[in-house]
Design a protein around this ligand. Sequence first.
Ligand SMILES: O=C(O)CCC(=O)C(=O)O
Ligand SMILES: [Fe+2]
Length: 346
Amino acid sequence: MTSSKFETNDDILDFVIKKANGIKGLVDRSLEIIPNQCIEPKEHRLDKSQIDNQESIPIIDLSNFNDLNVEKSIQEAATKWGCFQIINHGIPIEVPEDLKDAAHKFFELPKKKKLSIVKIICAIGEKNEKVLEWRDSIKHGCNPQNDSNLWPPQTRYQVLEYQKWAKPLAKKLLEVLLKGLNVNEIDESLEPLLMGTVNINMNYYPPCPNPSITIGARQHCDGSYITLLFQDDTGGLYVRGTKGDNWIHVNPIKGALAVNIGDLLQIMSNDRYKSIEHCVAVDSSRARISIPLFVNASLDNVIGPFPQMLKDGEKPVYKHVLHSDYWDYFYRKRPSGKASLDFFKI
Ligand SMILES: O=C(O)CCC(=O)C(=O)O
Ligand SMILES: [Fe+2]
């Protein structure tokens, strides 16, 4: 790496965000020093002393999905952890593997070619901090109103194929989770609320010369109902353990998917299920790919605890708010960890 040719921090933001070169563009310029705009404040870095190798999140075998014990393990994992991995989920191994290869192809395109295709999303920290996460992302909106012709040709076919398998799986998982709340199966009236917006993102974490002072994805909860996450075998995803301040590594398992409970399900379940706080550390020598599928409400839905949660006189923990207002708040405040739920709290 050579020394930075950027004069000011604004130059970096301009290069990475406005000119959409991404963090990969920075790495390709072989900077010797990590730019200030990518140095994560200490309090948001992953504290290695809190990594707990004693705990691990449940691995649930879905070979017998309709078995009541399997349903119970899913509901228990969502209650205790907010996160679990699933194996034998029915998606043929080559489908996510092809998706991963497609992501590499896209992110490793020469800069100009990549930029002419699509805008890269860069995640930036709290308003006044403006620290960039060490990753580049793209989003594929998998909804009737989204036109897949606008997706990169390098990823289009693979994402279409993956969503064919992953969307029904997500729906089935949601159905089991709702069953645990005594909410009926997802019928026509519930489907727009529960699966109104489905997005498949691709995250590319370039190798980082000094991973201890950067963060791939800072501590957050997903704003979804659930997220299905495919990760490659690099490792680096950490979730909150049950002791409050410990972090647990989500060990990559070939072909497995991690399932995260998001804020929407914590709210709708009036705290029965817990959204999982998580973060990603980057690697010094390998680029990492992860592919989350976020199952969300539509922006014009009103979100609040299901009436079934409150029918025996239980007090609501959350108020009803317009889903789009939550995202306005999220992007304005960039809340860390579980603070994303504060907007809904009564
Ligand atoms: O890369 C990962 O494993 C997690 C990514 C993530 O948390 C996100 O995109 O919301
Ligand atoms: Fe996430």
